[in-house]
Design a protein around this ligand. Sequence first.
Ligand code: CA
Length: 222
Amino acid sequence: MTTRTLLVEDDAMLAEALTTTLLRDGADLTVVSDAAAAKFSLLDHAFEIVLLDLGLPDGSGLDVLRFLRARCDITPVIIMTARDRLSDRIAGLDAGADDYLVKPFQVTELLARMRAVTRRSKGRVAPSMSWGNLTLLPTSHLALVNGKEVQLSVHEFRTLQALMARNGHPVSRDALEQEVYGMSGAIGSNTVAVYVHQLRRKVGSERIETVHGFGYRLGAES
Ligand code: CA
């Protein structure tokens, strides 16, 4: 069975060794070596499991994990790290990791843990995000306005998801563009504004406020 797997590891030798093993095991594998690329990949693809190194050149893998969970993404995550301090393990599990593997480890153990967490994750119900009378269902790309279903396009959905992940705090236009487009490219100067416009028509104009010269935020919770 092919498992869509994201490997986040900046140690080139380890990444290569794991790549060989995972491909042999039948994984559909994406490999990235820093936190920024990991976030982009997670925006662009639906993975079944993420193998996450904590010490990355541009930050901590924990930031990647928090980014994922803030978006109500419940993809299973196994942290792989040389740090074996108890506090690091607790931080990882608190941030929403499913399992924790201390380097160096045997690849057979990694494969066994991967099977265990993907098995456990089957049939899990994705949480929803709520703001006032607005609810977003991440797995179905549906929004509920006062309990009534509103269908969103992929880009409209991502725009609203990025806003809801901030709980009413403003998000800059640049950050919004990155989260809406991921790595799929082509960013026009007005495009996020277009999605915001469409969203306002669908969910109510008062629900998305313009922060002049900066970006957008959710309107006051009602
Ligand atoms: Ca590392």
